[in-house]
Write a protein that binds this ligand. Structure first.
Ligand code: PLP
Length: 370
């Protein structure tokens, strides 16, 4: 699905040099590369505070701890996402409230959001799924009206731009109270191991979070709050410093590849290609099709048999997962997700896709569905 090796070959001299330097310096934890990366990412995102941490799941958990959410507080998120989002809500003994998504963008459905609010609701977690932003302007309106926190799960959309109706533009993850991301190798800005970060313009929240990631310490060996141990290591930060200046080019390469797929599939009405909302750019973490009148599972297997990577993101709605099932849920409230899990298929998407590879993928699919 991704070709990290070819991408590495293009930046190999810089990566090898910086990684070797970190190893020679033996500054593996809390080293200077982490501070430099933090400040470079703050500049790129135009956000006051970036707090690096160990992975994108921790980032979500720590953001919720920082906001002081308490057991029993309801946190609304989407049914159609990677499990990490709901996992941390449950882990903190908050009450996850899963809602349906929009059919065209796969992102949070605003009507479903409004319906899900109760007096116990404390936060909303929109996920910028597959690389485009959820409808943040509407989400912020709902949040303001009900005094709720907004935590943006930006693991799949770092680098995406959100344009408000007044024309102002912000980076995904810097719009709500706090944003989180993942530097997992296959993410759009991936390191060579695990990594993550939290973004916020709220200096008080940033202060709290900097303590939480470090065992709840604000002064060495004085533990004011219960914290965790969640660090981005110096080698990963060094890798990310090499890759960050390429992020916009990486996003462009993904967009170009998506356009090429779109053209290829425009000849059939059995395939619905990704739709982008007018308020967001799309950075195509995934390129995901919706199929009509086609046996999706048979296509999935056919492509695998032909040696063409493809994946089903996601095969099971969260509300049907054993860990998160709840009798409060009503199938009628998840019509879109229930349909998507049967009809979506994601194709190879990365920065090094060649047209010949895409032609083979497109032709194999068109041949199968005709
Ligand atoms: C990848 C991902 C995460 C978790 O990130 P990790 O670094 O793997 O912990 C969280 N949310 C979404 C939507 C993701 O895609």
């Amino acid at each position: 699905m991704v070709d990290l090796q070819s991408q590495y070959q293009k930046i190999k001299p810089e990566i090898d040099k910086t990684v070797t330097e970190v190893i020679s310096s033996a500054a593996f934890i809390n080293g200077p590369e982490v501070k430099k990366f933090q400040s470079e990412l703050e500049t790129y995102l135009d956000v006051k505070n970036v707090i690096p941490c160990a992975n994108g799941t921790d980032a979500l958990q720590i953001a919720m701890m920082g906001l002081g959410l308490k057991p029993g507080d309801e946190v609304i998120t989407v049914d159609f996402t990677f499990a990490a989002t709901v996992e941390v809500i449950a882990l903190l003994q908050l009450t996850p409230v899963l809602i349906d998504v929009d059919k065209d963008t796969f992102n949070m459905d605003i009507e479903a959001l409004k319906k899900a609010i109760t007096p116990k609701t404390k936060a909303i977690v929109p996920v910028h799924l597959f690389g485009q932003c959820a409808n943040m302007e509407e989400i912020l309106k709902v949040a303001q009206e009900h005094d709720l926190f907004v935590i943006e799960d930006t693991a799949q959309a770092i680098g995406a731009n959100y344009t408000f109706s007044n024309g102002s533009v912000k980076k995904a993850g810097t719009i709500g109270n706090v944003g989180t991301t993942s530097f997992f190798p296959s993410k759009n800005l991936g390191c060579y191991g695990d990594g993550g970060a939290i973004f916020t313009n709220d200096d008080d929240l940033a202060y709290k979070i900097r303590g939480i990631v470090n065992h709840g310490m604000y002064k060495r060996y004085y533990h004011d709050v219960v914290g965790v141990n969640s660090r981005l290591d110096n080698i990963q930060a060094a890798v990310l410093r090499v890759k960050l200046p390429h992020l916009d080019d990486y996003c462009d390469a993904r967009r170009k590849a998506a356009e090429y797929y779109n053209q290829g599939f425009s000849v059939t009405d059995k395939i619905s290609t990704p739709k982008t909302s007018n308020f967001t750019s799309h950075v195509f973490h995934q390129y995901t099709l919706r199929l009509k009148d086609t046996d999706r599972n048979a296509l999935h297997q056919h492509l695998l048999d032909k040696g063409i990577p493809n994946a089903i993101y996601y095969p099971v709605p969260l509300h049907s997962q054993k860990a998160y099932a709840d009798e409060r849920y009503n199938e009628d409230d998840f019509k879109v997700t229930n349909e998507l899990i049967e009809t979506v298929i994601s194709l190879p998407m990365h920065t090094e896709l060649e047209k010949e590879q895409q032609d083979l993928i497109i032709n194999t699919i068109l041949e199968f569905i005709k």
